[in-house]
Design a protein. Structure first.
Length: 232
């Protein structure tokens, strides 16, 4: 997606603060039908709606007491993706925004964050606590190591996205800065900070990362993907 399209979408979207609230007390004296979702038990009512609707209700009805209040966002502009529509293995705790593309048989591990406009190719694993920034592009059959950051480029909108080619292996806690293109089948060593483009079939390491050798048979054996992990 174009950065300006995303910015326009965010700026014009209706900001939401969804809330879950549990009420007890004289619940029979109150009309809860004004809320988006209402679930009534023997001695309680559970409601789901916007913060701006629930709080005035609380102030207006002292005969009931709000005993539980839960919300996980404030003035949120972009909802989370519908995971049921993604043909991938997505583990608990992953955060994926709407308007991302996740290819078939991807693996998204716990704590991974994939921001709006990002594209993840088929068969790629996004390991634990990785951050795939807005508009970043990751190719097919890659492994993005735990804690890796692919810089997002929604702001500034003039910046060029990170592009990771097919078959790329990135070690844990690496950082790929905006505008960097990593060529197919290259390997980024753990902890590297990549500030410049990486040619295909190269191994890079360091801060800033530099080419240390070409990918050879030993490297391939150490970075081999396991197809069984991608079975659905």
């Amino acid at each position: 997606m174009d950065a300006y399209e995303i910015i326009k979408l965010i700026s014009e979207s209706k900001k939401k603060t969804p809330v879950r609230a549990l009420f007890k007390g004289d619940i029979e004296k109150c009309d809860f039908s004004c809320f988006a979702e209402v679930y009534k038990g023997a001695d309680f009512v559970e409601v789901y709606d916007e913060y701006e609707k629930i709080m005035p209700f609380v102030e207006k009805h002292p005969e009931v007491k709000m005993t539980r209040f839960e919300n996980d966002r404030r003035n949120s502009a972009i909802p989370l993706a519908d995971l049921t529509k993604i043909n991938a293995r997505i583990e608990p705790g992953a955060v994926i925004r709407e308007m991302t593309e996740i290819g078939d048989k991807c693996v998204i591990m716990m704590g991974a964050v994939i921001n709006i406009g990002a594209v993840i190719g088929e068969g790629t694993m996004i390991d634990m606590n990785s951050v795939i920034g807005g508009r970043a592009i990751v190719g097919r059959n890659c492994h993005i190591g735990a804690g890796t950051v692919l810089a997002g480029v929604i702001e500034p909108p003039s910046a060029t996205p990170v592009v990771i080619g097919d078959g790329v292996m990135i070690g844990a806690n690496a950082v790929i800065l905006e505008g960097v293109h990593v060529g197919d089948n290259s390997v980024i060593a753990a902890g590297s900070v990549v500030t410049k483009d990486v040619p295909p079939c190269c191994v890079v390491a360091g801060v800033p990362a530099k080419v240390v050798k070409q990918v050879d048979d030993v490297t391939k054996s150490k970075t081999e993907l396991v197809e069984a992990l991608r079975n659905l």
